[in-house]
Structure formats: C-alpha cells, structure tokens
Design a protein around this ligand. Structure first.
Ligand code: BGC
Length: 467
C-alpha cells in the first residue's frame, strides 16, 4: 500500500501519453537486462574459460545455464503475474537481476558462476513473461504495437551494450566487470517499478475497481475511461472461472494458444540466436581471419538489429502485424538460403566472408521487423484477460525451451552437417514459419484487447478481424 501511495504522488504530474511513455521506458528496462545478460557471455566466455580452465562441456553449461533458468522463470512467471500482479512480480524480478549480476561477478568457482547464471536466467524468464503483458495492459489500443515493441527494442539495445562492454573490458580480461555491471540497470529498473502502478486490467480482475479507475484516469486523461472500464468488466464477465491450466485448452483459448506457441517455437528454430550468440564464430568460419574484424562485424549486426527494430516500431501500428511478419520472414528465407548456398559453393575466401556478412545483416534485419518484435507483442495481446499471464508464460516457456535446444545443438550441427546444410535447415524452418503466419496469425492492429478477446469467441477463421 505504501508503494501505491508513493506511486500516486510521483505520478501527480505525469498524465496521459507522457505517463505511458515513461512507464513503458522503465518497464522496458527488463528487456534491456534480458538482452544484456544473454549477449554478454559471448565476450566474457574466453576469459572465464581461461581463469577456471573450463572444459567445452562446462563452457556450454555456463552459456546455456541462463536459458535453463529463463525457461523455469517463464513457467512460474505467468501464473505468478496473474496471482500477485504484474507490478509486484516485476519488482521481485529486478531484485533477482541485481543479485544474479553481483554473485556471478564475484563467483569464486565455476559451480557458483553456473548457479548465478541460472538465477539470472530466472529473472530473464520472469521479465520476458511480464514486461510485454505490463506494457500491453497500460498502452492505449492505437499505440499498443509500438509501446510493447519497446520491449524488443530494449532487448536489442541490451545486446549491443553487452557487445560494447565486452569489447571495452576485453583488454584487461575483465569478465567480472562485464557480468557485474548489469547491476546498474537492475537498480534503475527496480526503482522505476516501485513508482509505477499496477495495470488497470489486473486491478479490475481482482475487484479493485476504484484504484483501477484512478490509474486509468492518470494514463488516459479522463476522456474514455468509463468506456474502457466497462469493456474490461464485460470481457471478464464473459468468462467463467479464472485462469487454470486446463482453461488453456478450452475452445475459446486454444486457437490463440496455438498461434502463441507456434510463433514462440518459430522465433527460435529459424536460428536467430546462432547469430546473436555465435556471430564471430560464423564469420570466422566464412573467412574472416582476424578476431577483431569478426567482432566489429558482429557489432554491426547488433546495430542493424536495433535500427530495424525501430523501423518495425514505426510500422507496426500503421502497416499492421501481418504484413511485417510475412515480408520479414520472406526476407529471412532468402538470406538464410543465400548463406547456406554460399557456404556450399566456395571455401573460405574474402568474397565468401563479405557475402556472409551481407546475408547475416539481411537476415537479422528481416528478423528484427518480423518475428523479433511481433512474437512478444502478439503473445501479450491475443489472450483473454483471465488467462493472459498463464498463456503468455506458456508461450515464453516454449520460446526459451526452443532457444535452449537450438543453442545447444548449433555447434554440433555445424560439425556433423556442415555450415551450409545447417543454415539451409533454418531456411526450411523459416518457410514453415511463413506458412504458419500466413494461415494462422491474426491482424490485431488498432483493436482493443477486449475486441481481440471477442474475436476469438466469434469467427476465429478470419485472419483479418472484422470491422
Ligand atoms: C528473441 C531473443 C533474441 C533477440 C534478438 C528476441 O525477440 O526472443 O531470443 O536473442 O530477439 O534480438
């Protein structure tokens, strides 16, 4: 309650769009930590390996510990958000981010480092289930696309900051600094969440109508608050019991569940993190001789990722979700296909190295306008309110599980099948993902969350929501 009072004071001067913007910026810091903590390990690993004398297997565990933790965090995150509220869970998440960063920075042994990375992963999983839902529930319908996509933008910025931090501390072999510095955004994130309010939708769901009313007035500037409250109440009234696991399979939720889980899996099995986690290795395999050249090109890939995410944010509420998904995934198919073929027709050469760079950048750009932001956006907006946290958590869990699978198998696949076939495999997965998006992904642009909910109850076969 004290938190709510302070929040009320702090927001007295912040209303309307400005409030939503500030709220979104703070909440999105959860995304920045997600990007930083997953990206930072690529540069830190060499020094960790040297200091602790890690075997390859131990190295893989250090890298994938975070993904394992994130899978667990996503499993509990959704249910926790429905039960305790989005804001409270995000506050705890910030604390875990901070603790994980500190303990991994001072870890005296590989075992403690691995445990700390799993703990950090837990926070990442919690953030990935809760930040998008928080953002989608405070944003007005017309701007929801870009507000929620701030999360993905923050993830990509976090990745670039991690690459740059790695680069800055590489000279002094400062892996402890690389891992430990994440405590700074964790503190800012925690402080921000302390002052931000709970989402009106979660409050109404819990019967706290007056508080919800106050929060909505602040974030919408009076005008249509009553309409929105009535809509939220009406959508709650349509549903019977509140979110239980079995409800995920109910007739009303199942189609949305399939869309969310499908996008979760396709976002990962089309190979994005082979590039994000292993770009320097891929570039070296393609013929970049110097490690620093490969690292610089990797930073370039990171910058393309951020820039294209900004373009996607601009387009997502104008062009809509489906055009971006379909154009972007088509781009992924072409660039992955070219990458696969170029590894086949020539051996390591300067030309191949450059073709590889261009393909990788084109591929990341295509991902950044489609599956990158739109997966996180859709899973925050397509589910009915009563089951939103749970269903979103399930999609995030599948996403992290698939990420773990791809990250653990990539190097082995390259070893056994060769780089060419491996990338062609991801190109093939992209074709399947295009078909999936074409036939099943709905257009949610400009719809209120309540309209989207009503859509699943009516004619689910329309990909285009009726006016
Ligand atoms: C994905 C991450 C990926 C990142 C790259 C996110 O949407 O979920 O796995 O590392 O995009 O920008």
């Amino acid at each position: 309650m004290a938190g709510t009072r302070i929040a009320t004071l702090a927001e007295a001067h912040l209303r309307g769009p400005r409030f939503v913007f500030i709220a979104a910026l703070f909440a999105a810091l959860g995304g920045l930590l997600f990007g930083y903590d997953t990206g930072v390990i690529s540069g830190a690993l060499i020094f960790i390996k040297r200091e602790f004398g890690l075997t390859t297997a131990a190295e893989e565990i250090v890298v994938s510990g975070v993904l394992l933790g994130a899978t667990i965090g996503a499993i509990i995150g959704g249910k926790a958000a429905d039960f305790f509220g989005r804001r409270r869970v995000l506050l705890v998440t910030a604390a875990i981010f901070g603790i994980g960063a500190l303990t991994s920075a001072i870890a005296p042994s590989p075992a403690i480092l691995i445990v700390s990375r799993v703990v950090l992963g837990l926070a990442i999983g919690l953030a990935s289930t809760n930040v998008p839902v928080y953002l989608s529930e405070v944003a007005p319908a017309r701007a929801r696309g870009w507000v929620v996509s701030l999360f993905q933008l923050a993830v990509t910025i976090g990745i670039v900051i991690a690459y740059l931090t790695d680069y800055a501390f590489a000279g002094m072999e400062g892996w402890r600094w690389m891992l430990g510095l994440a405590v700074v955004p964790a503190l800012v994130f925690g402080a921000g969440m302390f002052f931000l309010p709970e989402t009106p939708r979660w409050l109404i769901r819990g019967g706290q109508h007056e508080v919800a009313h106050r929060v909505l007035i602040r974030i919408r500037e009076l005008a249509d608050v009553d309409v929105e409250i009535e809509e939220i109440k009406a959508s709650l009234a349509q549903q019977t019991e509140s979110g239980r696991w079995v409800d995920l399979l109910s007739q009303q939720v199942r189609p949305a569940l399939i869309v969310g889980l499908g996008l979760a899996i396709f976002q990962q099995i089309t190979g994005i993190n082979t590039v994000i986690y292993y770009a320097p290795k891929i570039l070296q395999a393609a013929g970049f001789n110097s490690a620093s050249g490969a690292i610089l090109a990797t930073a370039g890939v990171g910058v393309v990722n951020v820039s294209m995410t900004i373009i996607a944010m601009f387009l997502v509420d104008r062009a809509g979700r489906r055009p971006l998904l379909l154009v972007g995934i088509a781009g992924m198919i072409v660039t992955l296909g070219m990458l696969g073929l170029s590894f086949r027709i020539s051996n390591q050469s300067v030309q191949l190295a450059w073709i590889a760079v261009i393909c990788l950048m084109g591929y990341v750009a295509s991902f950044a306008i489609s599956l990158g932001p739109i997966f996180w956006l859709m899973i925050a907006e397509i589910y009915p309110l009563k089951i939103r946290g749970l269903a979103e958590g399930m999609a995030a869990t599948f996403n992290w599980g698939s990420n773990l699978l791809v990250s653990l198998t990539f190097l082995t696949l390259v070893e056994k099948l060769g780089a060419s076939s491996t990338f062609l495999l991801y190109a093939f997965a992209s074709v399947a993902s295009w078909l999936f998006a074409y036939y099943l992904a709905p257009e949610t642009k400009g719809r209120t969350l309540e309209e989207i909910e009503a859509f699943w109850r009516t004619d689910r076969r329309h990909r285009q929501m009726p006016n």
